[in-house]
Design a binder for this molecule. Structure first.
Ligand SMILES: N[C@@H](CCC[C@H](N)C(=O)O)C(=O)O
Length: 286
């Protein structure tokens, strides 16, 4: 049996198990099976996945993210805010601005702090890509998919694709309560047109500065929030003429609100909270 030290945190209910590799060392081969075992709510701790916080030569800190099914993603907006809070509050990086490296690049972080704790975290999430090859999605490599008909399970929906650290297939709906999350989420995620699968977002436009949002995440299913997905949703809303560039948009997720802006220079900014849940030791029977 191996003892694995972890911290459970959440960003608007999107909860992951964090392993601090600044202070602990584990065999690299363990991370995929650990993500699956620890995320299991019955025999593990229960979470949307596993996040590693590690040192790197290219930034102040590094992050890797594994979904509940063990698949590794390139980025995670909610985990970035949690990692930022973790390294600040626990004294690993005791300053209000720093960088975090993910598989999709370097993210710039700035914190609002009160009584020695990060209370609100703003992150530059980078620039969106629209080409099919970025998702990736079958078809003409450089073509964009903006409000295009998409057939799934005998229905025709209209899809907008945005890659923002991760792939996002965005669908606008009239009423968020009627979003076909459980009926179509997994079918879209695993549709053969997406060889690496995709995250799936349903969006109701409230007005030009507010969106209601629900998500089916690749590798984890329905979660309460998705940070890269909220960024993708705002970009999709702008390119479809529902929201404006360079303005704050409040995204109402199942777990709470994020503020997102796609600025004139092309960068997407995300602001929101992060919270500690527990520290613990997982007894891993290999
Ligand atoms: N919850 C995340 C995204 C996590 C990865 C995603 N499921 C994928 O496989 O692309 C977020 O907050 O961005």
């Amino acid at each position: 049996m191996l003892n694995i030290e972890f911290t459970k945190m959440h960003g608007l209910g999107n909860n992951y198990l964090y392993i601090n590799l600044f202070e602990h060392t584990y065999d690299e081969a363990l991370f995929v099976p650990l993500a699956i075992a620890m995320s299991d709510v019955n025999r593990g701790i229960g979470a949307d996945g596993l996040v590693l916080i590690h040192q790197t030569a290219d930034a102040d800190c590094g992050m890797r993210i594994f979904n509940k099914d063990g698949s590794e993603a390139s980025n995670c907006g909610n985990a970035l805010r949690c990692v930022a809070k973790y390294v600040y509050d626990r004294g690993l990086l005791p300053r209000a601005t720093f960088t975090i490296q993910t598989k999709s690049g370097i993210n710039y972080v700035s914190l609002q702090v009160a009584n020695g704790e990060a209370t609100s975290i703003t992150i530059n999430m980078g620039q969106p890509k629209f080409e099919r090859q970025a998702m990736p999605m079958q078809g003409e490599a450089t073509a964009h998919v903006i409000h295009e008909p998409f057939d799934v399970d005998g229905e025709t929906l209209h899809m907008t694709n945005v890659f923002l650290g991760n792939p996002h297939a965005v669908f606008f709906v009239e009423h968020i309560e009627q979003a076909p999350l459980y009926t179509l989420g997994e079918k879209i995620e695993k549709h053969p047109i997406f060889p690496e699968r995709t995250n799936v977002e349903f969006i109701e436009v409230v007005n030009d500065t507010e969106l209601n949002f629900r998500v089916w995440e690749r590798g984890s299913g329905v979660t309460e929030a998705c940070g890269t997905g909220a960024c993708g949703a705002v970009v999709a809303a702008v390119v479809n003429g529902h929201c404006k560039r360079n303005e704050d948009v409040t995204v109402h997720l199942a777990g709470g609100d994020l503020t997102i802006k796609w600025d004139e220079a092309g960068d997407v900014w995300m602001t929101g909270p992060a919270a500690f849940i527990a520290d613990g030791t997982f007894f891993y029977n290999q």
